[in-house]
Design a protein around this ligand. Sequence first.
Ligand SMILES: Cc1cc2nc3c(=O)[nH]c(=O)nc-3n(C[C@H](O)[C@H](O)[C@H](O)COP(=O)(O)OP(=O)(O)OC[C@H]3O[C@@H](n4cnc5c(N)ncnc54)[C@H](O)[C@@H]3O)c2cc1C
Length: 269
Amino acid sequence: MRTVAVVGASLAGLSAARSLRGQGYDGRLVVIGDEPHRPYDRPPLSKEFLAGAVAEAELSLEADGEDLGAEWLLGARAVGLRTRERCVRLADDREVRADGVVIATGATARTLPGSAGLTGVHVVRTLDDARALRDDLARGGRLVVVGGGFVGAEVVSTARGMGLEVTFVVAGPAPLSGVLGRDMAAAVSPLHGDHGVRLLCGTGVRGVTGGPGDRSGAERGRVSAVLLDDGRRLPADIVVLGIGAVPCTGWLEGSGVALGDGVRCGADG
Ligand SMILES: Cc1cc2nc3c(=O)[nH]c(=O)nc-3n(C[C@H](O)[C@H](O)[C@H](O)COP(=O)(O)OP(=O)(O)OC[C@H]3O[C@@H](n4cnc5c(N)ncnc54)[C@H](O)[C@@H]3O)c2cc1C
């Protein structure tokens, strides 16, 4: 192989690039990422970074002075893969020809239909998402967090620690019941109440609604409430959706790569 293209410049992409070099691959290595950033660590985004206890520079996944001899194409979105020509097509019509392609495009945050364009509605997947949420939390106000997985629970704890009024809406019987199991989730969920979080379990969310926006532009205005399946309306100044992630496989459609809920692969990966 003379050229390997790694698509996705995050944890898996960087790890693949490191492994290739570690195993003696000395050909051309092109790392393609649609974010403008070099690889960074996502876990602190919903915790220490959000709280302001960790700076952006500390998120870097690359060691000081680490040089993999790669070409970094950042801010470059892959939009297609032609397997026969071994060619990755980018959104700006550039093409990267490679002998091997590593698919490391991860996942993107799931959103609620109708929430796009409403100021104050956030997801937490990228550094830019976390920056925007951190700025919004600094304004204070009523925060509603939707989704009882790790990201939702972490944002709840962080924001409450920053002094916000927090309501936590969870579809299941308790936060983290999907990942910890019912018993452990029941044991830890009272911690939220102990810290002054209003916890609403067993209800889904129908949508979010916003106030009147700037009618001249695309801006729909700021979110004003979360609408629950049971008909309740929760007033909100800020909403965080922690409702899971969707695999970034759109660029592989039509390529012949087998897709399901992600890239289909065998037990050996
Ligand atoms: C807020 C948050 C907190 C987390 N906390 C923890 C934790 O405490 N512990 C833990 O173990 N895990 C945690 N995780 C999960 C962990 O961050 C992920 O498992 C990890 O990021 C997965 O790495 P990845 O490289 O496979 O995918 P991703 O990190 O999703 O990276 C994929 C990259 O590919 C890019 N990309 C996507 N499509 C394209 C395209 N078409 N063209 C070019 N580039 C593209 C994306 O923009 C992204 O940069 C957390 C995640 C988040 C978001």
